[in-house]
Design a protein around this ligand. Structure first.
Ligand code: UDP
Ligand code: MG
Length: 335
């Protein structure tokens, strides 16, 4: 029997009872026409409606459907993380349960994957029927994030994407708790490409991401990818020091130009305030630098990710090599 690729579909679900069956049928139709086998992994993120019982029923009907029932609502990013940990396919596709990410795009994602791309993300050309507030905030957020972050996050991409096993394995070894998956996906590197699509309106039900949840996610994204906010105190401190310096100049000028100006006393007090303020802010900035380093360390990300390694170890031409090559990473050097 010829080997065929395996695809895992990871779908986070929070109160999506009205959408699950339609989603399953569309996924099923698309995946049947594709070249490989698939598993559909549904993650119930503590739904309070019938989502879980529908998943159980789908699983009974079709053993390719598996589900993970989280014990409460842990949030979208955590639900996806759980799915990625259970997914076993060679390609893993993350999509929403509300059919805003059309499963019909999967063959295109898979085609790019077969060409060798390790991450194929879907990029939105349009958002239909989303409120102007959501559009404006989303538009500005991606642009701000890219100014601040250390890695480039492609604009207008969500979590909808296909990732190669290599990439998912790396993500699964990243222990950080604040998971902004779009950022982590960009951080790992590997050849990545975009497929554009028109984002459809939600099939049924209300968005499960409230404005507050989206805002918190945005903050998570910025904090997890950028140390710029920590430097803010330093910049403010420097600005305040500059002001203090300017005022000292002014005081001296007044003192010598008009020896008796009554403003000198006020100016001196203001200088003292600005000066002390700048000392405090710069000290906070210094603390911030250390906190930033600590944060980097506790995130415990791998230092680098590897696409390919070839030709390591001794190729002896003069008899048997004395020692086995040291496999890396993980193994301790043995003497
Ligand atoms: N979701 C989740 N947990 C949550 C919120 C949302 O698993 O706490 C799921 C939801 O069921 C959907 C996906 O995440 O499959 C995206 O949510 P939503 O459609 O509300 O977000 P939007 O499309 O508005 O960004
Ligand atoms: Mg949605």
């Amino acid at each position: 029997m010829a080997t065929v690729p395996t695809y895992s579909l990871v779908v986070p679900v929070f109160n999506e009872a009205e959408n699950l069956e339609a989603m399953y049928h569309r996924v099923h139709r698309v995946m049947d026409a594709l070249d490989g086998d698939f598993e559909l992994i549904l993650i119930d993120d503590g739904s309070r409606d019938r989502s879980l019982s529908i998943m159980q029923q789908l699983h009974r009907q079709d053993p390719r459907v598996g589900y993970i029932g989280l014990a409460r609502n842990f949030g979208h990013q955590v639900a996806v993380t759980a799915g990625l940990q259970y997914a076993q396919g060679q390609a893993v596709i993350v999509l929403d349960a509300d059919l805003q990410d059309p499963p019909e795009l999967i063959p295109e994602l898979a085609a790019a994957w077969r060409q060798g791309y390790r991450v194929v993300y879907a990029q939105r050309l349009s958002r239909q029927k989303e409120s102007w507030l959501k559009r404006v905030t989303a538009y500005s957020f991606y642009r701000i994030l890219n100014r601040l972050a250390d890695v480039t996050i492609p604009t207008d991409t969500g979590d909808f994407c296909l990732m190669d096993r290599q990439v998912v394995d790396v993500l699964n070894t990243m222990p950080e708790r604040n998971r902004y998956l779009r950022g982590l996906r960009a951080w790992v590197g590997f050849p990545q490409t975009a497929i554009t699509y028109h984002r459809e309106p939600r099939l049924a039900g209300l968005p499960k991401y409230t404005l507050l949840k989206s805002f918190l996610l945005a903050i998570d994204g910025i904090i997890s990818l950028s140390r710029v906010p920590l430097k803010l105190a330093t910049y403010l401190g420097l600005l305040s020091a500059l002001l203090a310096l300017g005022m000292i100049g002014l005081v001296l000028y007044w003192r010598f130009a008009y020896a008796t100006s009554p403003l000198i006393g006020y100016a001196l007090i203001t200088v003292a305030i600005f000066f002390l303020g700048s000392v405090q802010l710069i000290s906070i900035g210094i603390l911030g630098e250390y906190v930033g380093r600590i944060y980097e360390e506790v995130k415990g990300r791998p230092l680098y990710t590897i696409r390919e390694v070839q030709g390591m170890g001794f190729k002896s031409t003069k008899g048997k090599p004395a020692d086995q090559p040291c496999p890396w990473p993980g193994a301790a050097r043995q003497r």
